[in-house]
Design a protein around this ligand. Structure first.
Ligand SMILES: Nc1ncnc2c1ncn2[C@@H]1O[C@H](COP(=O)(O)OP(=O)(O)OP(=O)(O)O)[C@@H](O)[C@H]1O
Ligand SMILES: [Mg+2]
Length: 271
């Protein structure tokens, strides 16, 4: 469903340093050297991975390791500078702008860490936002929003405003909004990181339950190996923009590919 092939992405302030940085990355210069010599950040460094249809794939890594950059490449907000990103049979780089907008709207939904709800819209209107963009009529989108809000346990709060909700409830609205679109691919960028441990486990269970009913292709970003272990079919660990390891959580836990990966697992065991 998603194929990332040899993708590098560099953030540079000038086109000259961008060119030089990409060339240096091609010669395996690595993030630290490129930052020191060119003051440019190699956010992703020759990343390759594939994600199957219906798979719940976790991307784990420290802050700054490139997780959000990877998500932005999958949803077409960033264009690959090196390598190829193919999503659901579409090469993101060759899609025309209009095609890309429609593709993003119809095939992909996003859940953000920061909730990103509209403060002046009710819970129901927030959940139905993507459907309004699609041009669905009011009655249909209300019915769909009601269905998914009930599913995430917020059926009683359709008319509330975001400021009247707790963080965990807001995150449920974010999840309902993504589910409403009924897209084949769902991208979740640290959706539960700001929540208390119990609410977090509840929402993880909800996500697993929804997956068992109707598997979507899910890319789920987290810092936390215990979250990865609960959720992932397979996972990738990013380290300074590179893939340190890909495998099932069990395989990663049994044979960590590096000290860096081992420390994630150790941190999860200690917590
Ligand atoms: N728009 C940008 N301009 C310049 N540098 C950027 C930009 N976006 C990201 N970066 C840099 O690229 C690197 C990877 O960033 P990214 O946001 O992908 O990390 P992340 O793994 O999502 O981190 P976090 O867990 O903190 O969200 C970081 O060093 C960051 O500073
Ligand atoms: Mg991020």
């Amino acid at each position: 469903m998603i194929a990332i092939d040899g993708v590098s992405h560099l953030f540079a302030s000038q086109s000259r340093t961008l060119r030089q940085g990409l060339a240096a990355a091609g010669q395996r210069a690595g993030r630290t050297r490129i930052l020191r010599t060119l003051e440019a950040t190699l956010a992703l460094d020759d990343v390759s991975l594939t994600i199957d249809e219906g798979e719940l794939f976790v991307v784990m890594g420290l802050s700054g390791s490139g997780k959000s950059t990877l998500i932005r490449l999958i949803n077409g907000l960033l264009q690959p500078q090196r390598g190829r990103v193919v999503v659901d049979g579409h090469d993101v780089a060759v899609m025309q702008k209009r095609e890309l907008v429609a593709f993003r709207r119809d095939r992909i939904s996003m859940v953000f860490q920061s909730f990103a709800l509209f403060p002046h819209r009710t819970v129901g209107e927030n959940a139905a936002f993507g459907l309004q963009i699609e041009g669905m009529n009011k009655a249909d989108r209300e019915a769909r929003a009601r269905h998914w809000l009930e599913r995430v346990g917020l059926g009683q709060h359709m008319l509330a405003f975001p400021h009247e909700l707790s963080g965990g409830m807001r995150q449920r609205v974010g999840l309902a909004r993504a589910l409403c679109v009924e897209a084949a691919i769902m991208l979740l960028d640290q959706p539960f990181s700001a929540l208390d441990p119990i609410t977090r486990v509840d929402l993880q269970d909800l996500l697993l339950e929804l997956q068992s009913e109707l598997p979507r292709t899910v890319v789920f970003v987290t810092h936390d190996f215990s979250e990865a272990r609960r959720l992932a079919d397979r996972m990738a660990v990013l380290e300074e923009g590179r893939v340190a390891q890909i495998g099932t959580p069990k395989a990663v836990q049994m044979v960590p590919a590096s000290d860096h990966v081992a420390r994630f697992i150790e941190a999860a065991t200690l917590s």
